[in-house]
Design a binder for this molecule. Structure first.
Ligand code: GLN
Length: 274
């Protein structure tokens, strides 16, 4: 094959990968980076590239192969065991910007189910005087979150706690953020192979109707917030009314539903009643 990128793209196209040409080019660039950094005595670039293409053709997510994903214009290290940050989730950070009284506010922020840490870290990067806690039940995910906290030099403003995410966290937070698992168990099989076969099921599976996490959150978030504090929750596309009802029953006043760039309801903003 004279053009290795075109050949790689064809293999990805045959495997059903979206954007095969773009992914092949990104993997070619990644192969060159590996080659530059590795102590290889002869040109193994094609060999490295072919191995990367084989992984992508097996529908491993691009971000796991390159080890990086951008979120809120920040770089995050990702790999097996943490959910890959999604652009849709930036909706939560946009809403955080709308509710904070000013960037300088010394907020305390809690991120439930922090995964890669992307929500917590983006929130702290927006609010330089805030501090935050990220909770996750998965030690593997928290390993990625810890790497990202270090990479963004936020060790003195971010702490990470491994616990089943609804167990004790001290109350009094100004803001609780969460992108909980919300895919109905029966829908997991219909997800793209990249998600279904590679990303952590615990970060996706929201139980029979997808609402298990919100049910648990509905009674836990109120006590974790100071009166007047806000909860910003990501939701699945058809879950707005069910989640609003759950939060209202948990002494939270739902202020609004927010749509993402595709005009799909993606987040709810709620406030703890006084
Ligand atoms: N939006 C995710 C997906 O692409 C689901 C994430 C979640 O359950 N929180 O499947």
């Amino acid at each position: 094959m004279s053009d290795p990128v075109a050949g790689g793209a064809q293999r990805l196209r045959d495997a059903g990968v979206d954007n095969p040409r773009l992914d092949a080019r990104l993997l070619w660039e990644h192969a060159q980076r590996i080659q530059r950094s590795a102590l290889v005595a002869y040109d193994r670039r094609d060999h490295i590239f072919n191995k990367l293409i084989a992984r992508r053709a097996a529908r491993e997510p691009l971000a796991y192969i390159t080890g990086h994903k951008e979120f809120w214009s920040l770089d995050f290290e990702v790999g097996t065991g943490c959910l890959i940050p999604r652009p849709d989730t930036e909706t939560l950070i946009e809403e955080l910007r709308r509710i904070v009284p000013g960037k300088a506010a010394p907020l305390s922020i809690l991120d439930l189910g922090t995964g890669s840490g992307c929500i917590l870290i983006a929130a702290l990067s927006e609010c330089p005087n805030a501090h935050g806690v990220g909770i996750d039940s998965s030690s593997e995910a928290l390993g990625w979150a810890a790497r990202n906290v270090r990479a963004h030099r936020l060790e003195d403003r971010a702490s990470l706690i491994q616990t089943a995410w609804l167990e004790e966290a001290s109350p009094g937070f100004d803001v609780v953020l969460s992108n909980p698992p919300y895919v109905a168990s029966g829908d997991i099989a219909t997800l793209e192979p990249e998600v279904r076969d590679h990303e952590p099921r615990a970060a996706l599976d929201g139980g029979p109707d997808g609402l298990d996490a919100y049910r648990a959150l509905s009674t836990r978030i109120g006590p974790l917030l100071r009166p007047g504090g806000h909860a910003l929750l990501e939701i699945g596309s058809c879950q707005a009314s069910a989640v609003i009802a759950l939060m209202a029953a948990g002494n939270l006043e739902v202020l609004r539903t927010v749509k993402d760039l595709a005009q799909i309801p993606r987040a709810i903003v709620a406030r703890r009643n006084q």
